[in-house]
Write a protein that binds this ligand. Structure first.
Ligand code: NAI
Ligand code: ISE
Length: 338
């Protein structure tokens, strides 16, 4: 397999994590260029590569660098559209962190551009589809041994968020993982969504609704109750329980020792997404490298990014309307049929 020469766009938290795994840990890739609108951010990230690495501040310059054969986009969601469209225009494979874009209309532009190019170029960073625990749950559900799934009870909790995090981002930045992963887990599409807010934590900054309960119902009538609580203070706590006709399946928790001390028995909770999903990011990006180098996309596609964002738009609408909102999108185009 020819080594993929990767250009990274966005050198913040996850950009730096992906640079490290793409320039040492994984097979078949090396990072040859980095780009950030803040030159200092890019300059600080370049040494992580360990060899000569070009530094850019302009998206088109890195995308059109002849030595860059594929792009990884780790800028904030609002900046994804221009970068993905530039990569598609250049005919280069592109891995874009979630969300694909922050509105369904922008995602649709990417879907249309990719279909027009005739090449499978775009993968979206919904890494939970690569998580061992979610895959174990999916195997059990698909085995049929537990009967039909009826109800899911999930939590997406984080220690805290910064002041720029908005009520809508609880959907577009956070719940977007469950929107994608749970419909994949169930082999079902979302039909309706609703959001319930109530008592707010005193730890939320001014204007932020936290926690929120998101209710999603699938076309087959499976109901998801999702708690998004991003200032919970006690840890990064991802849970998923599927209640089926013939039993209950729970997402395995990360394994930590149970310790006894001071008349207490305790165990750890992860602190953040970096460690909680560290293996999933590795498996995800290795799969992307293996397939992109053959001109294929085996993971979440631009269409998956689009339908996730249609659902997110409905949830954001539901946050203000207080009503049950419908989720509707057309049939999966033949281009994306698996
Ligand atoms: P961050 O704020 O730490 O870093 C973003 C970087 O992009 C900053 O260095 C910023 O200067 C740069 N940037 C801003 N606009 C840009 C533009 N137009 N072109 C190039 N660079 C630009 O953000 P973070 O946490 O690293 O998130 C980045 C993306 O990754 C987001 O879409 C986020 O949702 C996603 N993410 C995904 C995770 C996952 O679990 N899959 C975990 C964390 C983030
Ligand atoms: C962050 O951007 C991520 O994608 C994490 O996986 C998620 O848990 C967190 O809520 C987001 O802010």
């Amino acid at each position: 397999m020819e080594t993929m020469n990767i250009g990274i766009i966005g050198c913040g938290a996850i950009g730096r994590e992906h640079i490290k795994r793409l320039s040492g840990k994984l097979q078949g890739s090396r990072v040859v260029a980095v780009c950030d609108v803040f030159e200092d951010g890019a300059k600080k990230a370049a040494p992580l590569v360990g060899v000569d690495c070009k530094v850019y501040t302009e998206i088109n310059a890195i995308v059109n660098d002849a030595n860059v054969t594929a792009l990884v986009i780790t800028s904030p969601g609002f900046a994804h559209k221009d970068a993905v469209l530039a990569a598609v225009k250049a005919g280069k494979p592109v891995f874009c962190e979630k969300p694909l874009c922050t509105t369904a209309a922008d995602c649709k532009e990417i879907v249309d551009a990719e279909m027009a190019s005739g090449k499978h170029l775009v993968q979206v960073g919904f890494m939970r589809r690569y998580d061992k625990g979610y895959n174990q749950m999916k195997d059990l559900l698909d085995s049929g041994e537990f009967g039909a799934p009826l109800l899911l009870k999930c939590t997406h909790r984080a220690i805290d968020v910064d002041g720029a995090y908005t009520t809508a981002m609880a959907v577009t930045d956070t719940a977007i993982h469950e929107i994608d992963c749970l419909h994949w887990l169930l082999n079902d599409d979302w039909a309706t969504v609703q959001v319930i807010t109530g008592a707010n934590t005193k730890n939320a900054h001014e204007g932020l609704c936290d926690p929120q309960v998101m209710i999603m119902q699938s076309k087959r009538g499976v109901t998801v109750l999702l708690e998004v609580y991003v200032n919970c203070k006690f840890g990064y706590d991802i849970n998923c329980e599927v209640v089926c006709e013939g039993g209950v399946i729970n997402l395995p928790a990360p394994s930590f020792p149970t310790v006894r001390q001071d008349c207490k028995i305790s165990t750890m909770i992860e602190q953040n997404w970096i460690n909680r999903f560290i293996d999933s990011y590795d498996v995800e990006l290795q799969d992307w490298i293996n397939n992109a180098s053959k001109g294929e996309v085996a993971g979440p596609t631009a269409w998956d990014g689009y339908i996730a964002e249609v659902t997110a738009d409905a949830l954001v609408e539901a946050q203000t309307s207080g009503k049950i909102e419908k989720v509707s999108f057309g049939e999966t185009p033949a281009f994306y049929a698996k």
